[in-house]
Design a protein around this ligand. Structure first.
Ligand code: URA
Length: 245
């Protein structure tokens, strides 16, 4: 890439201004001052400085939502050699990472990005971003069990925060139900543990929404880029203290 474009893409100056910087002798590559406006930067190996300060190409920020299939892990290391969600987004050349986690057996909405600031904010407990799950569970929760689920259960070494549980389908013959759950915390296997705690183990779990971002009709393994509106919504976390849907 030509040196003036490199400087402009790194966000330091416009291309024209970059040429001025070069002519003023303020640009060096690998410690050697550049005097040619036509210098071609080797983006992988060259180290470019403006006024002795190293500059880097600004990476394009990517935001996608993946419908994670069951049987994929979302963490980077796995001793069992299981499939990783990264394999499903191989055609994206930027290195993107999952925002938060989903269990190996859980499917559904997974946001992925290379924007570390957003990842930090949206997964931080203090922002209380609501996450919506559809869970098929054994049996049919009673009113008392729903009340307990919604108002705090003792799990491991913590008590769960306020949650919402609506039974959307009951099958009294096959003895299972389908529930819509909203939580805003993100403890390990939390939804499964909450259902275990009220005596209705989860058979199938899918996340369908996080904050204002919805899974929509993505098929398992498919992903889409966020709309501008969704992207702005995510970025709003950089400015606001709290978001409630
Ligand atoms: N709760 C769970 O039990 N599993 C997930 O993957 C997410 C929330």
């Amino acid at each position: 890439m030509r040196i003036n474009k490199y400087i402009a893409t790194s966000g330091v100056a416009s291309r024209r201004k970059a040429e001025e910087l070069i002519l003023q002798g303020r640009v060096s590559v690998n410690g050697k001052k550049i005097d040619s406006l036509g210098y071609q930067v080797d983006e992988k190996n060259d180290i470019v400085y403006v006024d002795e300060k190293q500059i880097k190409l600004e990476e394009k920020k990517i935001y996608i939502v993946l419908n994670k299939p069951e049987g994929y892990i979302t963490t980077s290391k796995d001793q069992f050699g299981r499939k990783n969600v990264i394999d499903l987004v191989k055609d994206i050349k930027e290195r993107i990472y999952p925002v938060g986690r989903l269990d190996y057996e859980t499917s559904g909405l997974l946001i992925m990005t290379n924007d570390g600031d957003i990842t930090y904010k949206i997964t931080h407990p203090k922002y209380e971003v609501n996450k919506v799950y559809i869970a098929s569970v054994k049996g049919i929760p009673t009113d008392k069990e729903i009340h307990d689920f919604e108002n705090g259960l003792e799990i491991d070494d913590y008590i769960t925060s306020k949650a919402s549980l609506k039974v959307v389908k009951k099958d009294t013959i096959k003895k299972y139900s389908v529930c819509r759950v909203i939580i805003h915390e993100g403890h390990n296997r939390q939804v499964r543990k909450m259902f275990d705690a009220i005596g209705h183990p989860v058979m199938n779990l899918k996340r369908v929404q996080e904050g204002k971002i919805k899974l929509g009709d993505l098929k398992p393994g498919e992903y889409r880029h966020l709309t501008k509106e969704e992207e702005n919504y995510l970025k709003s976390f950089l400015n606001f203290e709290k978001d409630i849907i």
